[in-house]
Design a protein around this ligand. Structure first.
Ligand SMILES: Cc1cc2nc3c(=O)[nH]c(=O)nc-3n(C[C@H](O)[C@H](O)[C@H](O)COP(=O)(O)OP(=O)(O)OC[C@H]3O[C@@H](n4cnc5c(N)ncnc54)[C@H](O)[C@@H]3O)c2cc1C
Length: 202
């Protein structure tokens, strides 16, 4: 097993590492990671190592309270959630709520998202659905094969349904909540908003 080593080339029957070592491979699975848009890092605002905007728990930039980040571009409290559609939906709603609160002059809600697991398709007829605790640690339970593929398909359809419903009825999106363990200090730029509590609809 080789970890944190750089791959320089993938051949049909082998993987070549940056130091020139070649290892035979009957099957190579290339799992690419996600990245934040370069716009955030180019703005000069503070970001995390992956270029996500550093925000407080309302997704407001720690450098400028007029800027709110959403989804894969946000690093709330420097402890971002896993880049995924599962997180992007609730974070998009959170960002909208924060903007509406700013406009209304009310206190924005803080982030409250729990995860339920992850699902990986293996072709059209198989998938692995790994269940997780709300803090994204894996549970000792998964569903695989065709049942996993059905689960994945339903998840995708549900995602589209949720987007359509939110477009028809703003503010209708619901998601799994979960206590977020923030260990570092939350240092947002102080917004000039009065502290009246309200829950604006999106
Ligand atoms: C191949 C692939 C498979 C994936 N599979 C899964 C999965 O199975 N499950 C899962 O949970 N997640 C999956 N993801 C991740 C998921 O799609 C992302 O985490 C999610 O879409 C992030 O949402 P977002 O709103 O941050 O970004 P996006 O959905 O990428 O939306 C960003 C939008 O901003 C636009 N944009 C970018 N720069 C600018 C600019 N300068 N000006 C104007 N517009 C701009 C882009 O065109 C885009 O429309 C997958 C991603 C990929 C690439």
């Amino acid at each position: 097993m080789a970890e944190t080593v750089k791959v320089a080339e993938v051949r049909p029957d082998a993987v070549v590492f940056a130091d020139g070592t070649t290892r035979p491979s009957a099957l190579t699975i290339w799992s690419a990671g996600f990245a934040a848009p370069e716009l955030v890092a180019a703005s000069g605002l503070r970001t995390d190592d992956l270029g996500r905007l550093l925000t407080d728990e309302t997704l407001t930039s720690v450098d400028d309270h007029r800027l709110v980040a959403a989804d894969d571009s946000a690093a709330p409290s420097g402890q971002p959630l896993r880049m995924s559609c599962q997180v992007a939906g609730p974070l998009g709603a959170q960002a909208a709520d924060t903007l509406l609160s700013r406009i209304a002059g009310t206190e924005p809600p803080v982030l409250d998202v729990g995860l339920v697991g992850s699902c990986v398709s293996l072709g059209r007829h198989a998938a692995v659905r790994q269940f997780a605790r709300k803090d994204d640690t894996a549970q000792n339970f998964h569903v695989g094969g065709r049942l996993g593929a059905t689960y994945k398909e339903l998840t995708c359809e549900l995602g589209v349904l949720k987007i359509r419903r939110e477009a028809r009825k703003p503010g209708s999106l619901r998601w799994v909540k979960g206590r977020r363990q923030v260990t570092g200090p939350v240092t947002a730029a102080a917004p000039a908003t009065p502290t009246r509590t309200a829950s604006p609809g999106r």
